[in-house]
Design a protein around this ligand. Structure first.
Ligand SMILES: Cc1cc2nc3c(=O)[nH]c(=O)nc-3n(C[C@H](O)[C@H](O)[C@H](O)COP(=O)(O)O)c2cc1C
Length: 398
């Protein structure tokens, strides 16, 4: 399944902020996702970055001047507005936000924005006081009311050296926003998908726990892929280091028991449950109230009790249920047993001993074992592509 950006015409507006350097990376990521990218630089932006940078990345003309006789805009000044599938302005200065909010069209970018019917993403970048200023806040509110998608700004270190809210969000975040907006009428539109991710933590005492090496990457990739096909996604996430995905409801939990409760609630009205989380099989029988003291003995026994079977406990027959199996031996046989005992539609088995597959890495090589006994071995792919392959099979069950 190609990215929702594939073959889409994206107008990338770049305005006069120090964050302009990030726009080159964004342009590159848009091109890598298959978009046809027309870059517009404001006059201030040309002080920070050159036309040549963006021409080299996009292999297309870069627009800076409405009146240039060499530009198609001198014949049809709204040409870019009419053909755009989406307009992304990143970074966006306080000045350009004010102009857009007030309908000013005194350069290529603001004229294109005023004339378009395409969705618009604005990624503000400015000093924290500029963003906090009542004028900027009122302008941002106006844009939100009119349906403009505001990406960020993030908290962090600003060009001034101060820490505050004003940093342009990362290009990958803007790619996610654009994918979500362009994919909203996709083949999962109107479907609710519940996804679990990460490795649960089972507390021993207030400072120690039992966990596993799951990074959460596979579950997050499934959640993002479903979002990019128009699904409403609820992600139930065990502790992990991944950034919060755009446009996805994330409920953070710690233990298997907490995950079971949230999933039972989230599955109400859902169309599919995809359990990519690595749920601990066992938990300490009793969590100690204070930190366990170092014993004088050389050994220490911890009594464990079995955790609940989360997916097996969901009895909704109209829900498509997909399990994951991370096995280091007898992958197929163990997975076949799980499909039956947990009443799954299919199970995604990954061999965690294989190179480039399983925990932490960005790729995965999986085998899908269906309830009817069919077995499909998929090639090594990015986790995002594996996610789409899983969703293709979920879709065939709708
Ligand atoms: C070094 C420097 C950095 C600047 N960074 C920002 C910024 O991050 N955000 C912002 O709103 N304005 C910033 N400005 C001010 C804008 O460049 C100025 O308001 C300009 O008129 C914006 O024009 P534009 O919106 O047409 O690109 C900066 C100015 C300078 C000199």
């Amino acid at each position: 399944m190609p990215s929702p950006l594939n073959n889409k015409r994206v107008v990338l507006g770049v305005t006069g902020s120090i964050a302009c350097y990030k726009a080159a990376d964004l342009a590159s990521k848009l091109v890598q996702n298959g978009a046809l990218v027309d870059v517009i630089l404001t006059s201030a932006a040309t002080q920070f970055v050159s036309e040549l940078t963006f021409r080299s990345i996009t292999h297309r003309s870069v627009f800076t001047d409405l009146y240039s006789s060499e530009s198609e805009l001198s014949i049809n000044h709204v040409a870019l507005a009419e053909t755009a599938d989406i307009i992304v302005v990143a970074p966006t200065t306080a000045n350009t936000i004010a102009k857009i909010a007030n309908g000013i069209s005194d350069d290529v970018l603001t004229t294109t924005i005023l004339a378009t019917r395409a969705p618009i993403i604005i990624a503000p970048a400015m000093d924290a006081n500029m963003f906090d200023n009542a004028a900027t806040q009122a302008n941002v509110t106006t844009l939100i009311t009119r349906g403009v998608f505001i990406a960020g700004p993030a908290n962090g270190r600003l060009a001034s050296g101060l820490i505050g809210q004003g940093r342009m969000v990362e290009p990958s975040n803007i790619i996610s926003s654009a994918s979500m907006i362009l994919g909203k009428d996709g083949d999962f539109s109107g479907k609710k998908i519940v996804v679990s991710a990460g490795g649960t933590e089972e507390a021993i005492d207030p400072v120690r726990n039992i966990t596993n090496r799951s990074s959460g990457k596979m579950g997050y990739a499934i959640a993002e892929a479903a979002r990019d096909r128009g699904a409403i996604v609820s992600l139930v996430a065990a502790p992990n280091a991944l950034p919060k995905p755009v446009g996805i409801l994330v409920t953070k939990i710690q233990s298997a028991e907490e995950m079971k409760k949230v999933i039972a609630t989230e599955c109400d009205g859902a169309d599919a449950l995809i359990m990519a989380a690595a749920v601990a099989d066992w938990r300490p029988l009793k969590k100690m109230d204070s930190k366990a003291k170092k014993s004088t003995s050389d050994t220490w026994s911890l009594e464990l009790v079995k955790n609940p079977d989360i997916i097996g406990s969901i009895k909704n027959d109209s829900l498509i249920k997909v399990g994951f199996a991370a096995e280091s031996e007898n992958l197929i046989e163990n997975s076949k047993t799980k499909v039956k005992s947990k009443n799954l539609d299919f199970i995604v088995a990954n061999d965690i001993t294989a190179k480039d597959s399983g925990f932490s890495v960005d790729t995965n090589k999986v085998t899908i074992i269906h309830s009817n006994g069919n077995i499909e071995s998929l090639p090594l792919m990015s986790k995002y592509d594996v996610a789409h392959s899983i969703l293709d099979r979920v879709k065939s069950g709708f």
